[in-house]
Ligand binder design. Structure first.
Ligand SMILES: [Zn+2]
Length: 372
């Protein structure tokens, strides 16, 4: 079911790189040396000038399509920030922000909290402490039993049926790939959504993934969006602005930086493989995410209310495609974790142990980014 009214988000493609290089105005951060390190209080928040972010990552800073958009770019990453918008785009993928981008005197500013929780984990994953393990995955097919979720009378379908089938397919695929999988439900039963993350905690999962399908009054809206827990001191994507309760630190907030990594990986992979609109990574304090003792996410895999996407979701082939794409997104996250995890020293070679291939030295290099 829809967590919120659809946000206005432009999609220009997942791999935005080079398309606008010809028009890229390479101002460079040298134009703004006086702003480096210049944290500023704006609208009650600590903000960073984009020149600061650009300098930190050796990125060129320039204008985008208009004077409303600034673009940061290096060889592996393009970030677009549009003034007054509560989202940015990283390699074309929308990432919801807690606070709007602000223009002051021709320089754009990003809230420091938004940098910390959105850009930092993606641009500096090697600096996140405590790499989590990833073996036991809790799959939660949303709704069930007395709670049908979203319903589409014209297509004679509901959400709970499609989440269960997709969840079972995903579980089978993940088991094939060597993961241990526990499902919150394997049949059409009622299961209080507040108890599902508790079940996940008691099952000692390493990752929690809740599967849903979306709806909205506007039938033309389609696509996939991924929801992760809102960090403390930030308003959710469902809220117009900050309220006092947002200051609370919730159990699931221990995994905020990993949530960004898994959210980005899954949203990017699923939209790419399905060819679906990328509606981005968004934030909410959903019941299923708040109490988690592990990284977690809720994926709205498509709109049942869209006649075209709804019919697709009704086909077993498409649900299988969704399951494979979710599994690939989890695999991408696991690959990143494996690269970040400190390697245990290899045992001394014995006469029966073949020598390590010289290429194995590459294992010790940390990825600069999960972005390609
Ligand atoms: Zn739902």
């Amino acid at each position: 079911m829809p967590p919120a009214a659809p946000a206005r988000l432009r999609v220009t493609g997942l791999f935005f790189r080079g398309a606008r290089v010809a028009t890229f105005v390479a101002l460079g951060c040298l134009l703004f040396p006086h702003l480096r390190g210049a944290e500023t209080q704006l609208s009650g928040q600590t903000y960073l000038p984009l020149s600061d972010v650009a300098a930190r990552y050796g990125m060129k800073l320039g204008w985008g399509e208009s004077d409303k958009t600034m673009q940061l770019q290096n060889s592996y990453c393009t970030i677009e920030c549009t003034v007054n918008e509560r989202s940015l785009r990283l390699n074309g993928q929308p990432m919801a922000l807690g606070f709007p981008i602000i223009d002051r005197g021709g320089m754009f500013y990003l809230a420091k909290l938004d940098f910390d929780y959105n850009l930092f984990p993606l641009l500096s994953p090697g600096q996140i402490p405590g790499v989590p393990s990833l073996h036991r995955i809790i799959i939660d097919p949303g709704h069930g039993g007395d709670d049908p979720g979203t319903q589409n009378a014209a297509l004679q379908t509901n959400e709970k049926t499609n989440t269960l089938d997709t969840g079972l397919r995903l579980a089978e695929e993940l088991r094939k790939r060597g993961y241990e999988v526990i499902l919150t439900r394997t049949s059409d039963v009622t299961f209080d959504r507040k108890k599902r993350p508790i079940f996940a905690n008691n099952s000692k999962g390493d990752l929690y993934l809740s599967i849903h399908f979306n709806e909205t009054d506007v039938n033309s809206v389609s696509g996939v969006e991924t929801w992760i827990l809102t960090p403390p001191w930030e308003p959710s994507s469902t809220q117009p602005k900050f309220v006092d309760a947002d200051k609370n630190v919730l159990p699931g907030n221990r995994f905020d930086l990993w949530n960004t990594l898994i959210g980005f990986s899954v949203e990017r992979t699923v939209t790419k493989e399905l060819g679906a609109e990328n509606r981005g990574v968004k934030r909410a304090r959903y019941d299923v995410l708040v109490p988690l003792n592990m990284p977690g996410l809720l994926v709205e895999c498509g709109f049942l209310s869209n006649p075209t996407e709804g019919r697709l979701i009704l086909t077993p082939d498409y649900r299988q495609k969704i399951a494979l794409a979710l599994a690939d997104g989890i695999d991408l996250y696991k690959t990143t974790l494996d690269k970040l995890r400190p390697h245990t020293p290899a045992p001394p070679p014995s006469p029966t142990t073949p020598p390590r291939h010289p290429e194995m030295i590459n294992e010790i290099s940390l990825p600069r980014s999960v972005a390609p």
